[in-house]
Write a protein that binds this ligand. Structure first.
Ligand code: HAM
Length: 436
C-alpha cells in the first residue's frame, strides 16, 4: 500500500483544473446569456433535500437505485439532490401566491446519482434547468421552452446537422394505452419503461418484455405499429379528436416552423422515465455516432407543485447535462480556444523602489480594467518571460532602473517578441491598442 492518500477524485466525479474550469465557465456563460435573453431569472437551493420530495414522482430507477440518501444526526432521512425539478417545484409552491406569473426560472445545480460511471454518465454532473410555471397559455409555454432549447444550441453554433429534438406527449401515450391498446392502467408505467428501452434492445427482446407485462400478440403488433409509425397513426386513429392529440399535432407544426422543419420530430418512444410528466415530453439527441446519450430532456409536469400546496399551477421545463453537452461540443468542434484571462504580466526587479513600482503599475492596470499577474519574483528577467510564456499571457510590462529614472515602461508582446518603450502616461492607451 502507498504511504500517500489517493489524489483521484471520488468515483464518477471530476476535478476541474483551470483549463477544464475555463471551458465549463465559458459553456455556462453562453447558456446564461441565452436564457436571460428569454427573461429567465437564476435560482439556487441546498444540495440536500428531505428524501420524500423524490419518492412520489421522480423516476423509479433514480429512487430505487441511484439516490444518495442518509439519516442525519437529527434522525431525518435526507437525500443529495439527484435532479432539480422537485426542488424548483417546492420553491415555486412556497411562494406561489406572491410570485408574479409566469415564473421563468433557471439554475445550474450539481446533481448526484449513484450510476455506473461510463461515457456520458457520471455520479456528479451539472445540469442546466429552465422551467416556466403558471403560464396563461400552456401551449405557448411549451413552444417557448422548445424555442429556448433551439436558441441554446444555435448560440454554440450547432445546426440541424448536429442534433435532433424528439417530441411526444404523455397524455397521448396514455390515451393510446387506454383506448387503442386497452392496456390496464397499472401496467402503463412498466410498458412505457419498456418503450423507453426500445432502441437499446433487439426486436425479440422488446416483444418478450411486453409479453412479460401480460400483453397479447395483437396488442404487441399494434404497439409496434404505433411506435414505428409517424404522427399519421394518431391523426387516423380513433383518438384523433382528443385535445392532447390536437395539441401534440399543433406543437409539432409550430416547432417545425420555428426550426425550419429539420430539427424537431415526433417520436412515440420518447416517454421519459419520470412519473411527474403530464403533457409534452421531449429529448434532445446528438447526431454524432460517438455520443449516443441524450443531451437534454424535459416536459410538462402540471401536478408536481400540488405535492406541496393546494394551489394548482402548470409547469414545463427541461434539464441539460454538462457531461454529454461537453462531449457534443467537442465532437463537433464547437469549443473555441479559451485562454487564461490574464492579459498583462508585470515583471519585477529586486530593488525595493522597483518592486514598489511594479506593484503600483499592476494596480494602475487593474484599475483600468486589465487582468494582471504580478511576477512571482524570479531574479532573472529571462525566467520572468518564461513564466509569462508558460501562462500564455500576451503582454509583459517592465520598469527597470533606467526606465524608472525616465518615468517610462517597456511593453513586450510575447507572440512576436516586439518591445517598445513608452512614457508612463501613455502606458494605458498603448496597452488598449495592443490588446484590442
Ligand atoms: P434527466 O433526463 O434525468 O431529466 O436529465 C437531463 C439531462 O441531464 C440528461 O439528458 C443528461 O444530459 C443529463 N444527465 C442526467 N443524468 C446524468 C448523469 N448521471 N451523468 C451525466 N449526465 C446526466 C431530469 O433530470 C429532469 N428533472 C429535467 C427537467 C427539468 N424536467 C423538467 N424540468
Amino acid at each position: 500500500m502507498s504511504d500517500y492518500l489517493s489524489t483521484a477524485p471520488y468515483k464518477g466525479t471530476r476535478d476541474f483544473y483551470p483549463p477544464e474550469m475555463r471551458v465549463r465557465s465559458w459553456m455556462f456563460s453562453v447558456i446564461e446569456k441565452t436564457v436571460v435573453s428569454f427573461g429567465f431569472e437564476k435560482i439556487d437551493a441546498p444540495l440536500i433535500e428531505p428524501v420524500e420530495i423524490y419518492l412520489a414522482k421522480t423516476s423509479e430507477e433514480i429512487v430505487n437505485q441511484q439516490i444518495y440518501s442518509f439519516i442525519d444526526r437529527g434522525d431525518r432521512k435526507v437525500a443529495i439532490r439527484p435532479e432539480m425539478t422537485p426542488t424548483v417545484a417546492r420553491m415555486a409552491a412556497a411562494r406561489i401566491r406572491d410570485l408574479p406569473r409566469p415564473i421563468r426560472w433557471y439554475s445550474l445545480p450539481n446533481l448526484w446519482r449513484y450510476e455506473k460511471p461510463g461515457k456520458g454518465r457520471l455520479r456528479e454532473h451539472w445540469q442546466f434547468n429552465a422551467d416556466i410555471f403558471g403560464s396563461a397559455d400552456e401551449s405557448l409555454a411549451d413552444l417557448e421552452i422548445i424555442q429556448l432549447a433551439l436558441e441554446l444550441f444555435s448560440a454554440f453554433g450547432a445546426t440541424e446537422n448536429h442534433y435532433k429534438i424528439f417530441i411526444n406527449h404523455r397524455a397521448v401515450l396514455n390515451a393510446v394505452f387506454e383506448k387503442i391498446l386497452k392496456i390496464p392502467g397499472d401496467k402503463w408505467a412498466n410498458v412505457s419503461r419498456i418503450m423507453d428501452k426500445k432502441d437499446k434492445v433487439s426486436g425479440e427482446e422488446f416483444q418478450s418484455m411486453l409479453r412479460g407485462e401480460g400483453l397479447g400478440e395483437i396488442q404487441i403488433r399494434e404497439l409496434e405499429l404505433y411506435v414505428n409509425s409517424g404522427i399519421n397513426y394518431l391523426i387516423n386513429s380513433s383518438i384523433s379528436g382528443e385535445n392532447c392529440v390536437k395539441h401534440l399535432v399543433e406543437t409539432l407544426e409550430m416547432t417545425h416552423e420555428i426550426s425550419g422543419g429539420k430539427i424537431v420530430h415526433y417520436n412515440p418512444s420518447v416517454v421519459r422515465g419520470f412519473d411527474y410528466y403530464t403533457g409534452i415530453v421531449f429529448e434532445i439527441f446528438d447526431l454524432h455516432p460517438e455520443n449516443r446519450r441524450s443531451l437534454a430532456g424535459g416536459g410538462r409536469y402540471d401536478n408536481l407543485v400540488t405535492a406541496f400546496t393546494k394551489d394548482t399551477v402548470n409547469a414545463i421545463g427541461f434539464g441539460m447535462g454538462d457531461v454529454t453537452f461537453m462531449d457534443f461540443l467537442k465532437n463537433h468542434g464547437l469549443i473555441p480556444d479559451i485562454q487564461n484571462h490574464s492579459q498583462v504580466y508585470v515583471a519585477a526587479f529586486s530593488e525595493k523602489n522597483l518592486r514598489m513600482n511594479a506593484i503600483k503599475i499592476s494596480r494602475l492596470l487593474r484599475n483600468a480594467g486589465f487582468n494582471v499577474e504580478l511576477s512571482s519574483g524570479h531574479k532573472k528577467l529571462g525566467k520572468q518571460f518564461d513564466e509569462a510564456h508558460s501562462k500564455k499571457i500576451p503582454i509583459v510590462v517592465l520598469q527597470g532602473e533606467t526606465e524608472a529614472q525616465k518615468n517610462t515602461v517597456i511593453i513586450k508582446e510575447m507572440s512576436t517578441g516586439a518591445q517598445q518603450e513608452v512614457a508612463m502616461e501613455e502606458l494605458l492607451a498603448t496597452l488598449k491598442k495592443t490588446i484590442s
